[in-house]
Design a protein around this ligand. Structure first.
Ligand code: FE
Ligand code: FE
Ligand code: ZN
Length: 278
């Protein structure tokens, strides 16, 4: 059994997200903590969160996966870029305390010419500044496609970040199927081997969520262009094997496919069906 859902809009607040995921038939979802291009977050209303928490209990939702703005780059070359990233992460984590026990996923960042080692050092430093022993949110590093100077395209890079984080219990990994495929991990023909490698380098106990996306591009292309399930190079048969794999049970599986509501509802139904999560 897995939890299935899609990325949905957070512009109407928490209760509106609960209604949207009920409409789509999901049991989890993801949302941007603020405008994906960055900027200030809307104030959280306690009544809105309470209405959502009630709905979440009613629907037996699994853990939800907040997504940091994709422009956040805690290992940018300019201090003001890094500072904005650190402030955003800190503020997001404070806000997520309204909904304890969930996940905060972020793209590790782009080193923009500073080199992978320096990027990894800056990412770990940002996490060490943002995490607190009292927090109730687990922060997830997303596996990346290795596009440009992106960090996190290799499992080893995520391992190095994890090794440098002091409050290690508060950090995990979110595996994006499009990204690992584009990064060169063959989850179509060698899923077991890829998961073994993940386990050996990172540890499967660190894997807390999946982003379920097909890819417009072939294995190892380092492109990061998502496709709808079955309309890309990964294909529905592979997604069947992924969501029914014994090592991946119990995880929230989030669709970030280019879709409309009907398309997401269908893909959520597909994921629930093939994983036996009805
Ligand atoms: Fe992402
Ligand atoms: Fe993703
Ligand atoms: Zn992506």
């Amino acid at each position: 059994m897995i939890y299935a859902g899609s990325h949905i809009s957070s512009s109407g607040g928490y209760a509106a997200m609960g209604r949207q995921i009920r409409k789509l038939g999901g049991s989890t979802f993801a949302f941007f903590t603020r405008n994906p291009r960055g900027g200030r977050a809307k104030p959280i209303k306690k009544e809105d969160v309470d209405a959502f928490l009630e709905m979440a209990a009613e629907l037996s939702l699994g853990p939800i996966v907040a997504h940091a703005p994709y422009t956040m780059n805690v290992c940018g070359a300019r201090e003001e870029v890094r500072e904005f990233g650190r402030e955003t992460m800190k503020d997001d984590l404070e806000r997520l305390e309204y909904t304890p026990g969930n996940y905060y996923n972020f793209h590790p960042g782009c080193h923009v010419g500073q080199g992978t080692e320096e990027g990894i050092r800056l990412i770990a430093e940002a996490l060490n500044g943002a995490l607190s022993p009292e927090q109730h949110t687990t922060v997830l590093l997303e596996t990346m496609a290795g596009k440009g100077s992106e960090i996190g395209g290799r499992f080893e890079e995520l391992r190095e970040i994890l090794d440098r984080v002091e409050l290690s219990d508060h950090v995990g990994v979110c595996l994006d199927t499009c990204h690992v495929w584009d990064g060169g991990y063959d989850i179509v023909s060698h899923l077991d081997q890829v998961l073994d490698e993940f386990d050996r380098i990172i540890g499967l106990d660190r894997l807390k969520a999946l982003h379920i996306n097909d890819s417009q591009n072939p294995l190892g292309s380092h492109k990061d262009r998502h496709a709808r399930l079955g309309e890309g190079c990964i294909g529905r048969e592979a997604f069947k094997r992924i969501v029914s794999h014994p090592a991946l049970q119990g995880l929230p599986c989030i669709l970030e496919t280019p879709n409309d509501d009907a398309g997401w509802a269908e893909e959520i139904r597909f994921l629930r069906e093939v994983s036996g999560s009805i």
